[in-house]
Design a protein around this ligand. Structure first.
Ligand code: SAM
Length: 260
């Protein structure tokens, strides 16, 4: 299914959303599981949906070789600016992960912070996993993490940021709905920019997150060609149907060849 620029979910993290992402993020993706994964499976590595560069940039600073791909030019600009301030020049690609096509092959690939759930269509999720498989070297591994969002917005407080020019941007979730059939939670966010003496400017945007069961993820990974390991939660315990964060490592196993 194709989307126009306005309704393409991969374009959600642009403009005000990109500007507010890191300053107002309630938490950034944990670095430790990614560091353990890249240490174990080796580089070069590729981070899908690398955004403003967390955890990619701290890991590059530690000496890991990691390239990044993201659908938002605004997020990549933030990443480049942050990288420059650290004296880094990462290799970045402006692409949607479902259209991944870069001239490198990787030993490992990961997606942090469950950004895989930003892909709303099953066929696009499958296309992403097929593309990851194609970009891995034989024996390479993919770390996939997903989560099941909570569709409640009651009590959510607006978060705000004061810019250098004194204007204030705030964002608040104003409604959320869950479609269990399509496994989609859609949250309506209201962004407001207030400059002194002016009528506030308001923009509303929908943030869609699709969740996947372990069986669905396993099915898609196997169809892409991977050998799939256990599904666990953040603490490494075997996933149950109630687990809200799913982690797995899928490997592009090389087939042994036998002399006849
Ligand atoms: C929650 S942010 C996380 C970014 C990064 N981990 C960070 O903390 O800076 C999600 C990122 O996914 C990117 N994104 C969303 N859909 C995408 C897609 N289909 N392909 C590639 N990137 C996508 C967005 O542009 C955004 O930068």
């Amino acid at each position: 299914m194709s989307s126009t620029a306005d309704d393409d979910p991969s374009q959600f993290y642009t403009g005000l959303v990109a500007e507010l992402y890191e300053p107002l993020a309630s938490h950034l993706p944990a670095i430790e599981p990614i560091r353990r994964f890249v240490t174990r499976y080796g580089g070069p590595s590729l981070e899908l949906a690398c955004g403003a560069g967390h955890p990619m940039l701290p890991l590059i600073e530690e000496g890991f070789v990691i390239h990044g791909v993201d659908a938002s030019d605004d997020m990549l600009d933030l990443c480049r600016a942050k990288a420059r301030s650290k004296g880094l020049e990462p290799t970045l690609f402006h692409q949607r992960m479902q259209d991944l096509n870069v001239p490198y092959r990787y030993q490992s690939c990961y997606i942090a912070g469950a950004s895989f759930c930003l892909i709303e269509q099953l066929d696009e999720a499958q296309r992403t996993l097929d593309a990851v498989f194609a970009h891995l070297r034989p024996g390479g591994a993919f770390l996939l993490s997903t989560f099941r969002p909570n569709p409640r917005v009651e009590g959510a407080q607006p978060s705000q940021l004061t810019r250098n020019d004194g204007s204030v941007i705030s964002v608040a979730a104003i409604s959320a709905s869950e479609d269990r059939g399509s496994q989609l939670v859609r949250t309506r966010l209201r962004y407001r920019v207030k400059r002194s003496g002016e009528v506030p400017e308001t923009v509303e945007k929908d943030w869609g997150v699709r969740w996947y069961s372990a069986a669905q993820l396993k099915g898609m990974l196997v169809r892409a060609g991977f050998d799939v390991g256990r599904f666990v939660d953040f603490d490494g315990r075997d996933a149950t149907p109630e687990t809200t964060d799913l982690w797995t490592v899928a490997v592009k196993t090389t087939q042994p060849t036998f002399a006849s």
